[in-house]
Design a protein around this ligand. Structure first.
Ligand code: DAH
Length: 340
């Protein structure tokens, strides 16, 4: 009996328990109601009386050893299980690469935000336009060269001509047709022209059109609005100058230059040593245009302007090749990470 007890003692000590299942197996084998310790206890009655005390003590010790092993192993197993589930909040997070906004989007948003501060709303129109909105309502005579196949991508020729819009001035027409003065709106969007692609020209680019119509709007209002824009966009020191020009939809018309942002007007190779850079076209809305769009030109006056987004971006970011904007070269785009 004694040797049996010490055999089982060794067995218990060496029993390997690495899982809850093995632990349960251990419990059943040594501590269960049909387990080995129970069996040995039931054999105690066959032990000679003079040995009973000693064997009884040995058996008690054996059961105690088994119970202790069981409890301790249970503790270890359950704590290691919860360890697995614990989140390590000190681990560094996964690195997500931050995307970037396209430089043209950045500039477009900045233009919108500058004009929204002085009450301009944003309006948009379709890129596929009819002749009326792109040309006729804007006072283009039928023989005007801008309607020529060379500049315009026509989709349908014939009675109702459909084309890709050549400028965002088409949105002016839609806004005037659909709302009453006072009108203060800017219209950003993509425009198309049938040009050979080079560093300085592209077959599509982006414009922002501006339109302000109310009673008593004057050329002085236009000048001040454009000066405000130039200084918000390029800094307080920016100056503007207006040169007389011609557009069918404005009279009088002007082209606007800003003082060169690189040399501050002193003259450099970007401004071709003139100190000035052209940034937009503008003028007082021609009365013919107001009337064509259902606005009484004897009551209302207004001004309009149109600028190229690529041009502004070029001056802000010194990008000299227009093609970079549409090539989707990640090395170029990655540089514009910050911003709005
Ligand atoms: N639509 C002209 C262009 O694409 C730009 C322009 C000039 C817009 C004068 C205007 C304006 O509203 O008044 O070249």
């Amino acid at each position: 009996m004694k040797s049996k007890i010490s055999e089982i003692k060794v067995e218990i000590d060496q029993f390997e328990i690495n899982s809850i299942e093995q632990l349960e197996h251990f419990r059943i084998k040594y501590l269960g109601s049909k387990g080995l310790t129970k069996e040995l206890f039931s054999e105690l009655k066959n032990v000679p009386n003079e040995q009973k005390k000693e064997i009884g003590q040995l058996l008690n010790q054996l059961r105690l050893d088994a119970e202790t092993k069981f409890e301790e192993t249970k503790k270890v197993l359950s704590s290691s299980k919860s360890e697995e589930n614990k989140l390590d909040l000190t681990r560094p997070g996964e690195d997500h690469e931050i995307g970037s906004h396209h430089p043209l989007s950045l500039v477009k948003r900045e233009i919108i935000s500058i004009f929204s501060k002085i009450g301009y709303e944003v309006s948009e129109g379709p890129e596929i336009e009819d002749d009326w909105h792109n040309f006729s309502a804007l006072n283009f005579p039928p023989e005007h060269p801008a309607r020529d196949m060379q500049d315009t991508f026509f989709i349908e020729k014939g009675e109702k001509e459909i084309a890709l819009r050549t400028h965002t001035s088409s949105v002016q027409v839609r806004v005037m047709e659909n709302s009453k003065p006072p009108i203060r709106t800017i219209s950003p969007g993509r425009v198309y022209r049938n040009e050979a692609i080079s560093a300085r020209a592209h077959c599509f680019f982006h414009q922002v059109e501006g339109l302000y119509i109310d009673k008593g709007v004057s050329f002085a209002d236009l000048k001040q609005t454009l000066l405000y824009f130039a200084q918000e966009m390029f800094g307080e020191k920016a100056q503007i100058r207006l040169r007389p020009s011609y557009f069918p939809f404005t009279e009088p018309s002007a082209e606007v230059d800003i003082s060169c942002t690189l040399c501050n007007g002193k003259g450099c190779n970007v401004c071709k040593y003139s100190g000035w850079l052209e940034i937009l076209g503008c003028g007082m809305v021609d009365p013919n245009v107001l009337d064509a769009c259902g606005i009484d030109s004897t009551i209302y006056t207004g001004f309009a302007f149109g600028m190229g987004v690529e041009r502004i971006a070029q001056l802000k970011y010194r990008v000299t090749d227009l093609r970079l904007y549409s090539e989707n070269d990640i090395r170029f785009l990655k540089q514009f990470k910050s911003g709005m």
